[in-house]
Design a protein around this ligand. Structure first.
Ligand SMILES: Cc1ncc(COP(=O)(O)O)c(C=O)c1O
Length: 383
């Protein structure tokens, strides 16, 4: 029997990273020492107190049963309390909060709730691929890419955007560029969406991973008509646990919950128990020690690698958010990535994030300082 993929699956672009992964696997097989700056997955462990909470909760048989797909009441309450402390935003935990299997799931599923086949979905370029592919294309919608340029601090020209889209994704602190947004620009973006009846899906997954004097806002500080996504993945080095959240407009949250109730049964209860423990460490808007310790590690790595890359002649900005460096290599991003791979260094070609990413590469700060130094030495030799 011949199986045929659905058109929506055929419409997905080829997965560029698969080719790189294959090459890396071949090099590892050959015994090559690989320094991987590819995936945005923290190398630091989950803070011990959170692991202990989960282990303890795992012993309780009540936590072995189905969770609620919208999230347990105490977990949603913990998110609401954190939004009050961190952003000064009041949320109703029953109507304005949903717990997600990681924010990726919610970013994709929100489109199933609000987008009809053929609707336009505004997606930044370059961007995290889930918006255009996991959300728009897999909902038979039309991803309409809008460019983000370095000279504009990777913030879009709102006046140039089509006003008849159903939904728009925005993400700051930004993957892959490391750009952050000013409060004024975020407010403008929300106003533009509200004025044009475009649902704003604001991806704030890196809200706590910021440097120097920058503090990431929530879009809900500027108005209620938007949906915001966040995650414990990067803040608490918990990518493997799959726990995130969506907050905001009650109708948008209700639509997302309705989709989820049909297709998933939620993050395991014993993992959800880590949410009050993690966010409860905040006593106000400032980061608690368990978060600050990781941010300090990334900041030190950022400073070392930016200095080294500048010495090699690259024009690299010091990012104020995320653990990504995104810089122009002045040539094809795939060729540059291949050249690095021959030296045992994995970087991600910018073209993988959209055509406006071409010419750039992304490096994730997920290697310890001595490996960063080693990578810089190797780069010096091959460039
Ligand atoms: C911009 C952005 N949003 C969302 C996510 C998803 O994170 P998670 O599903 O682990 O919460 C990622 C992961 O890399 C990301 O880079």
């Amino acid at each position: 029997m011949a199986y045929d993929f659905a058109d929506r699956l055929k419409n997905l672009p080829p997965y560029l990273f698969a080719e790189i992964e294959e090459k890396v696997a071949r090099k590892v097989e050959m015994g090559m020492d690989i320094i991987d700056f590819g995936i945005g997955d923290p190398d630091l462990p989950t803070p011990r107190p959170l692991v202990d909470v989960i282990k303890e909760q795992l012993d309780d048989p009540a936590n072995h049963r189905y969770p609620s797909s919208q999230g347990e009441a105490d977990t949603r309450q913990a998110i609401a309390e954190w939004y009050r402390k961190r952003f000064g935003v009041d949320l109703n935990p029953d109507r304005e909060v949903a717990i997600l299997l990681g924010s990726k799931e919610g970013l994709a599923n929100v489109a199933r709730a609000f987008v009809n086949p053929g609707d336009k979905v505004l997606c930044p370029d370059p961007a995290y691929p889930v918006y255009a592919q996991g959300a728009a294309t897999l909902c038979d919608a039309v991803p309409v890419k809008f460019p983000l340029y370095e000279e504009d601090d990777f913030f879009p020209n709102l006046d140039g955007l089509p006003q008849d889209a159903k939904l728009m994704y925005l993400n700051y602190p930004n993957n892959p560029t490391g750009a952050v947004v000013s409060r004024a620009n975020l407010q403008r973006a929300l106003r533009w969406c509200n004025d044009t009846d475009t649902i704003l899906c604001y991806d704030n997954a890196y809200s706590e991973m910021t440097f120097d004097d920058y503090v990431a806002p929530s879009v809900l500080e500027f108005g209620r008509h938007a949906i915001e996504f966040g995650s414990l993945s990067k803040t608490f080095n918990m990518t493997g646990y799959r726990v995130g959240y969506a907050v905001g407009d009650a109708t948008l949250i209700a639509g997302l919950k309705k989709v989820k109730s049909q297709i998933d049964s939620g993050t395991p209860k014993f993992i959800q128990k880590a949410v009050p423990a993690a966010l409860g460490a905040y006593t106000g808007p400032s980061r608690p020690k368990i978060v600050q310790d990781s941010v300090d590690v990334y900041r030190r790595r950022r400073d070392i690698i930016v200095k080294g890359l500048r010495e090699l002649g690259f024009d690299v900005k010091l990012p104020k958010g995320t653990f990504y460096l995104f810089f122009n290599v002045g040539s094809s991003s795939i060729e540059f990535a291949n050249k690095m791979l021959d030296a045992g260094i994995v970087v991600t070609p910018g073209i993988g994030f959209g055509k406006n990413g071409e010419g750039f590469v992304r490096m994730a700060l997920t290697q310890p300082e001595n490996r960063i130094e080693e990578a810089l030495e190797r780069m010096k030799k091959v460039l």
